[in-house]
Design a protein around this ligand. Sequence first.
Ligand SMILES: Cc1cc2nc3c(=O)[nH]c(=O)nc-3n(C[C@H](O)[C@H](O)[C@H](O)COP(=O)(O)OP(=O)(O)OC[C@H]3O[C@@H](n4cnc5c(N)ncnc54)[C@H](O)[C@@H]3O)c2cc1C
Length: 147
Amino acid sequence: MIIRELSQQACLEILAAARVGRLACASDGQPYVVPITIALAQHSLYSFSLPGQKIDWMRQNPKVCLQVDQAGRGDGWKSVVVTGTYEELPDRIGSKLEREHAWSLLSKHANWWEPGGLKPVTADIPAEHLFYRINMDTVTGRESVPE
Ligand SMILES: Cc1cc2nc3c(=O)[nH]c(=O)nc-3n(C[C@H](O)[C@H](O)[C@H](O)COP(=O)(O)OP(=O)(O)OC[C@H]3O[C@@H](n4cnc5c(N)ncnc54)[C@H](O)[C@@H]3O)c2cc1C
């Protein structure tokens, strides 16, 4: 196996095809990673959530990291790492178009709202939901291929 760098275009194609990414945020030096549903448009990744730990943490510290991977040929793999900045798309005038855009992108995935719209049954279920995007600062990719 050899490891190669992926071009920016190849990275964007992997992000565009991905449905789920692992989102890392950090608060007071403590990292936190959760899988989320994503949709790529221009240089941002859009997602949807209920309030909770990741939203609280990203509001405190908007610097985030996100990773996706794809199986390659044989044991091969492709992996993309994004660093970026969290931006909430609040439900008020000024963000209406971006919220509708996020909705239309995410709704291309069947049941897109379900993982982000549900909490454990024992938890209090907040009615508020929100859209946000990760504005991408850097995108890098690597792949492993047979020699
Ligand atoms: C395939 C997939 C797609 C998903 N898509 C979305 C999405 O688009 N939007 C979205 O908001 N959520 C999505 N989720 C759920 C997401 O991974 C989180 O579980 C959820 O968002 C709650 O995160 P929170 O920070 O609000 O947790 P909170 O409800 O605030 O709970 C925090 C506590 O629960 C634990 N916890 C939270 N989530 C997980 C987890 N996944 N695994 C283990 N422990 C956990 C934390 O460690 C922490 O102790 C998806 C999950 C999967 C598997």
